[in-house]
Design a binder for this molecule. Structure first.
Ligand code: ADP
Length: 228
């Protein structure tokens, strides 16, 4: 589904300034892959290559056999619609209710009012937040905010969820809940790519772990090893 072929990225002309280099890996449909590494290891750069936010200096990134670097602007928009994003800082719209936050993402994807009225309550049930549908984000706990963000990310049925440090602002109880929900999202057929610093999450998941250091992949373990 995703294939990085000898990818390297330099942001400056300095020949030694590779943010990532020699990146080769693939992700199959319905995999759950964690990418771990210290700050500056290259995780964000790698995700930017996949989202076509940055162009590789060397190599190619393929999504369903399509070379992401060769897409035109409108095709990049289509690619990004197939990817749901979840961030550490939630990125909810503070002046909109939970319902409106999710409806907004559906409107942007061209979904009808009928679909929105039907799907928003349904997706909120999936993250156990049906009772908060008319609340504003400011009235929710961090864990609840992240569950809304997950609902928003999955409502347009993306092929992939990218969760970039999704539990970075959460306590252990909420972290556990978010990991369980991401597992559920994966169980219903969505590929999940997660970046994290949290060893506990890796142990809890017991899934594939790619470890990055100094811009390179130094390990790729089939199940749950965190060695940094
Ligand atoms: P991580 O997400 O693992 O913290 P990053 O991908 O953000 O790592 O960074 C990898 C390396 O690339 C770091 O050395 C960082 O300083 C550098 N880098 C990242 N973005 C830029 C940029 N826009 N311009 C110059 N250097 C950058």
């Amino acid at each position: 589904m995703i294939y990085f072929d000898k990818v390297a990225k330099k942001y400056s002309n300095d020949p030694n300034a590779f943010a990532i280099q020699d990146i080769n890996f693939s992700v199959a449909h319905n995999e759950f892959v964690s990418i771990v590494g210290h700050s500056g290891a290259g995780k964000t750069t790698l995700l930017k290559m996949l989202l076509a936010e940055e162009r590789p200096t060397e190599g190619n990134v393929f999504f369903e056999s399509v070379n992401v670097n060769e897409l035109h602007r409108n095709e990049v928009t289509k690619l990004r619609r197939r990817i749901g994003m979840i961030f550490q800082d939630f990125r909810l719209l503070p002046n909109k209710t939970v319902y409106e936050n999710i409806a907004f993402a559906m409107e942007a994807a061209g979904r009808s009012d009928e679909e929105i009225a039907f799907d928003v309550p349904h997706v909120l049930e999936l993250v156990d937040l049906g009772h908060k549908i008319w609340d504003f984000p400011g009235h929710l706990s961090g864990g609840e905010k992240q569950r809304v963000a997950i609902a928003r990310a999955i409502v347009n049925q993306p092929d992939i969820i990218i969760a970039d440090e999704p539990t970075g602002n959460l306590d252990p109880v909420n972290t556990y809940e978010i990991v369980q929900i991401l597992k559920k999202v994966n169980d219903i057929g969505t590929t999940v790519i997660l970046t994290t610093h949290n060893k506990g999450i890796i142990d809890l998941l017991g899934r594939r772990v790619i470890t990055m250091e100094g811009g390179r992949i130094i390990r790729d373990d089939a199940s749950g090893k965190y060695v940094l």
